[in-house]
Design a protein around this ligand. Structure first.
Ligand SMILES: NC(=O)c1ccc[n+]([C@@H]2O[C@H](COP(=O)([O-])OP(=O)(O)OC[C@H]3O[C@@H](n4cnc5c(N)ncnc54)[C@H](O)[C@@H]3O)[C@@H](O)[C@H]2O)c1
Ligand SMILES: [Zn+2]
Length: 690
C-alpha cells in the first residue's frame, strides 16, 4: 500500500510538472529535480511491476496539445529520447544493440539542441505544415507561426527530393536574440524571460504570427522521416537535407564505438559554450537506417538513439541574505546573496530569485544550503534547497513589503509575478533610471551624458526628471566634479540636438510602463500626435482645447473609455492600455510632458511619416469579424492608415462591419438588429481605393 501510494504521488507530481513545462512554458521545478523524481518513479516501477500503468509519465512523451491551435494527428509518431548519464549506460546500450542487429554498428553523434521539437511537412518540395510534438501522437498545427521563421525553407531546391516527407527538428532561440528580447523586457519593466528554451516554445504558441515573426527564432533540423527516403544512413540524410536548403548544423560526426562517442561528448562539453544557441547534451544515433528499423521503438523513445546529457554545472553553498533590487520602472527583483563559490571558473556571490512566487515554490530561506546552477542563464540560479541541512531555527521567508530605496509600500498587480514600487517620481533608482532611459541610444540618444553624469546631476539636486535636462545651461553644470568646459558644452548641445528626435522615439523615451519601442511606434502611428494620444474622451463629444490641463475628478468614466479606445488598437492589450492611461492622466506626468512640448520636442509625426495616410475613413468606427484573405492585423492596419477606428464590439456607433468567412452568429444578429452596414473585404478595399 505504502509503495503504491508513493508511485501514485510521483506520477501525479510528474504529470503536473510536465503540464507546467510543456503547456505553460513555465516550469516550477528545475530539470534536475524533475529528472530525479522520474528516475525514482522508474526504479519503483521496475521493482513493483504489479503497479504498472500504461499512462505513467515514465512511459509517455511529456507534452500535450493545446486548445488554441488545430490538433493534428502525427502520421509518424514523435518520440522523446532515452537518457544515459555515463560510460556504463552507453556500454549497456551498445551491448543490447549488438544482440539485436547484425554487422558493424556506426554511430552519428549530434548535438542536442535545447528548444521546442517540431515536425515540418513538405510536399512537392514545398513547405505545407508544421506540427509540435504535443503528446507524441498528436500536436498543435503551428504552420502560420513557423512560416515566419527565416531558416525554414518554403521551397526546396536540389536533387532527389522525395514527393512527400517530414523533417524533424528543433525551434531554438539563439543567445543573441534571447538577450536582445530580454533587454527590451527590461526597458519595459517586465519580468525577464528565464531561458531560450521556454521562450522559443512560448513563441511558437503565440496567436499572432506577426509577433512571432519579430522574434529571432531559428529552426535546426536533424531527422528525415518518410517512406522510401533516397539514402541509407542517418548521416547521408543530414547531408541530403542540408543540400535541399535546410539548416542542418555542421557539428555532427560519424564515429564507431562507445569510445568515439565519449570523445565527442568531451569535446563538445567544452566547445558548446561558443555555440550561438543552447545545447544540453549529445544525441547518439545508429547510422544505418536498416539497423534502426530492426531496433524499432519503445512506447516513449527510439531504441536506436540515446541522449547523453551534459552535466549542468552545479554546486551547493549557503544563502546568507536576501536583498531586493529596484529597477528603472520600479520592478523589484529579489537577489540571493551567497557564500562565494566557484562554478565553471567564475566566483559566484549572487543568484537571481526571480520573484516572490519562486521563493515560495522552492521554500527558499536564509541560512539554507542551496544548489546553484549555472546553466543556460547568465545569472546563476538556485535550483533546489537541501532540506536535510536546514537549521532548526529556520523560518519561512517573508517577502519585502516596502521599497528598500524609498520605503514606499510595494504593490503587486493581479496576475503579475513582480512586485513594484509605485513611487515613480520620488524613488531614487527610478528617478535616475527614467532619465537614463530617456537619454539612451534607442530613445532620445543624447550624446554627452553618461549614466554617471545623470547620477551626479540627480544627486546634486539639479535635475529631478527628464524635462529638467532642457533647463540646464553650461554654467549650471560646470561646478560639478570632473566637468570640463568642453564636456559641459557637449552636454547642452546634445540636449538641444535631441529636439530633432522623431515623435515615436520621444514617446518611447517617456518610459511608460509596458511601452517599449514597438508599442511606442504603434501608438505614435495610430494617434499621430501626443495631443490625440492624451485627449480624453469627453462626454459632450467636443475635445477640450486645453489638453495639458488636469483631468477633472469625475473622470473614471473617461478613463475607462480611453482604455477601451486603446485596447481596440491591434496588439495593444489591457495591461498596456491601463498603464498608458495611468500615465497620461497623472498630473505630474502631464506637467512634464507639457514642459517637453514647450521646449520644442517632436510631439507629432513628421510630414514624411504621415505619407500614405488618408482620412477616407475619418471618424468611422469599424468592426472586423471572421476570417479574411489578408491577415486581420493587416486589415486593421489598413483601416487605421485611412483614418478609421477599429472597434472590438458592435454598437449603435458602429459605421461598418467588415464581414469575413465564418463570422459568429451573435455578431451577425446584433449587426442586423442595429442596422449596421455590412461590407465584404473586397468592398472595403474598393472603399479605400477611391
Ligand atoms: N522542470 C520541469 O518541470 C520539467 C518537466 C518536464 C520535462 N523537463 C525536462 O525536459 C527533458 C525531457 O524532455 P523531452 O521528453 O522533451 O526529452 P528531451 O528534451 O530530453 O529529448 C528529446 C528531444 O530532444 C530533441 N532533440 C534535440 N536535438 C536532437 C537531435 N539532434 N536529435 C534528436 N532529437 C533532438 C527533440 O526535440 C526530442 O524531442 C528532461 O531534461 C526534463 O528534465 C523538465
Ligand atoms: Zn521606491
Amino acid at each position: 500500500m505504502e509503495i503504491k501510494k508513493q508511485i501514485e504521488t510521483l506520477r501525479a507530481e510528474l504529470r503536473q510538472y510536465n503540464y507546467e513545462y510543456y503547456v505553460q512554458d513555465n516550469a516550477s521545478v528545475s530539470d534536475f529535480e524533475f529528472d530525479k523524481k522520474l528516475e525514482q518513479l522508474k526504479a519503483l516501477e521496475a521493482s513493483h511491476p504489479e503497479f504498472a500503468d500504461l499512462s505513467s509519465p515514465s512511459l509517455r512523451v511529456g507534452g500535450e496539445i493545446t486548445k488554441n491551435f488545430k490538433t493534428v494527428k502525427h502520421i509518424n509518431r514523435m518520440y522523446s529520447l532515452d537518457n544515459s548519464y555515463d560510460e556504463n549506460d552507453l556500454k549497456d546500450w551498445e551491448t543490447r544493440n549488438r544482440k539485436i542487429v547484425d554487422g558493424d554498428i556506426q554511430y552519428v553523434c549530434e548535438l542536442k539542441y535545447d528548444g521546442a521539437s517540431i515536425s515540418l511537412h513538405y510536399e512537392q518540395g514545398k513547405f505545407v505544415q508544421a506540427v509540435t510534438r504535443g503528446d507524441g501522437s498528436q500536436g498543435d498545427d503551428v504552420t502560420a507561426n513557423v512560416r515566419t521563421i527565416k531558416s525554414v525553407p518554403l521551397q526546396l531546391q536540389g536533387d532527389n527530393i522525395p514527393e512527400k516527407f517530414e523533417i524533424r527538428g528543433e525551434i531554438v532561440l539563439p543567445w543573441d536574440g534571447f538577450h536582445k528580447m530580454n533587454e527590451e523586457r527590461e526597458e519595459q519593466g517586465l519580468e525577464l524571460y528565464r531561458n531560450p528554451r521556454n521562450t522559443a516554445s512560448g513563441s511558437l504558441k503565440l496567436q499572432d504570427s506577426s509577433v512571432v515573426a519579430s522574434r529571432p527564432l531559428e529552426c535546426l533540423l536533424y531527422q528525415l522521416v518518410g517512406d522510401n527516403l533516397p539514402f541509407e544512413t542517418q548521416y547521408a540524410g543530414l547531408e541530403a537535407a542540408r543540400s535541399w536548403g535546410f539548416k542542418v548544423p555542421q557539428e555532427s560526426e560519424l564515429v564507431s564505438g562507445v569510445d568515439g562517442v565519449l570523445d565527442y561528448v568531451q569535446k563538445w562539453d567544452e566547445r558548446r559554450k561558443d555555440l550561438p544557441y543552447e545545447t544540453d547534451g549529445v544525441v547518439i544515433k545508429i547510422n544505418s537506417l536498416r539497423q534502426q528499423e530492426e531496433l524499432g521503438f519503445t512506447a516513449k523513445a527510439p531504441r536506436w538513439a540515446m541522449a547523453y546529457k551534459f552535466s549542468a554545472e552545479q554546486v551547493s553553498t549557503i544563502l546568507e541574505e536576501i536583498t531586493y533590487q529596484v529597477g528603472r520602472t520600479g520592478a523589484i527583483t529579489p537577489v540571493a546573496n551567497l557564500q562565494p563559490v566557484e562554478i565553471s571558473g567564475t566566483t559566484v556571490k549572487r543568484a537571481s530569485l526571480h520573484n516572490a512566487d519562486q521563493i515560495e515554490r522552492l521554500d527558499i530561506r536564509v541560512n539554507d544550503t542551496v544548489h546553484v546552477e549555472k546553466g543556460g542563464e547568465i545569472i546563476p540560479k538556485i535550483v533546489a534547497v537541501d532540506l536535510l541541512q536546514r537549521p532548526d531555527y529556520s523560518e519561512p521567508t517573508t517577502y519585502a513589503t516596502h521599497c528598500p530605496e524609498c520605503n514606499t509600500a510595494l504593490e503587486r498587480k493581479a496576475g503579475e509575478a513582480q512586485h513594484f514600487c509605485p513611487n515613480d517620481i520620488g524613488c531614487p533608482p527610478q528617478i535616475k533610471g527614467r532619465i537614463q532611459h530617456f537619454i539612451s541610444r534607442k530613445a532620445m540618444d543624447i550624446d554627452g551624458i553618461g549614466s554617471e553624469t545623470v547620477d551626479q546631476l540627480v544627486e546634486a539636486g539639479m535635475i529631478n526628471n527628464y524635462a529638467d535636462l532642457y533647463d540646464l545651461t553650461a554654467d549650471d553644470i560646470l561646478p560639478l566634479e570632473r566637468m570640463a568646459q568642453k564636456s559641459a558644452e557637449n552636454l547642452v548641445q546634445g540636449v538641444e540636438a535631441s529636439k530633432q528626435v522623431e515623435f515615436e522615439r520621444v514617446l518611447f523615451a517617456l518610459g511608460i510602463r509596458y511601452v517599449g519601442e514597438t508599442v511606442a511606434k504603434k501608438l505614435a502611428h495610430h494617434y499621430n500626435s501626443m495631443d490625440k494620444l492624451m485627449a480624453m474622451p469627453a462626454s459632450d463629444d467636443s475635445e477640450s482645447d486645453d489638453l495639458f490641463s488636469s483631468v477633472d475628478d469625475g473622470s473614471a468614466f473617461a478613463k475607462a473609455e480611453k482604455i477601451q479606445e486603446l485596447i481596440a488598437i491591434p496588439e495593444i492589450g489591457e495591461r498596456i492600455a491601463e498603464s498608458v492611461v495611468d500615465f497620461i492622466t497623472d498630473e505630474k506626468h502631464r506637467e512634464i510632458i507639457g514642459r517637453l512640448k514647450h521646449h520644442g520636442l517632436n510631439m507629432k509625426l513628421s510630414e514624411k511619416q504621415l505619407e500614405g495616410q488618408t482620412d477616407i475613413l475619418a471618424s468611422k468606427s469599424i468592426v472586423v469579424s471572421g476570417v479574411f484573405e489578408m491577415s486581420r492585423t493587416d486589415l486593421k492596419k489598413l483601416i487605421e492608415k485611412n483614418g478609421g477606428k477599429v472597434s472590438s464590439s458592435i454598437s449603435s456607433k458602429t459605421d461598418y462591419l467588415i464581414r469575413g468567412e465564418k463570422m459568429g452568429p451573435s455578431k451577425l444578429e446584433k449587426a442586423e438588429k442595429l442596422g449596421v452596414e455590412m461590407i465584404s473585404e473586397a468592398e472595403f478595399l474598393e472603399l479605400i481605393a477611391n
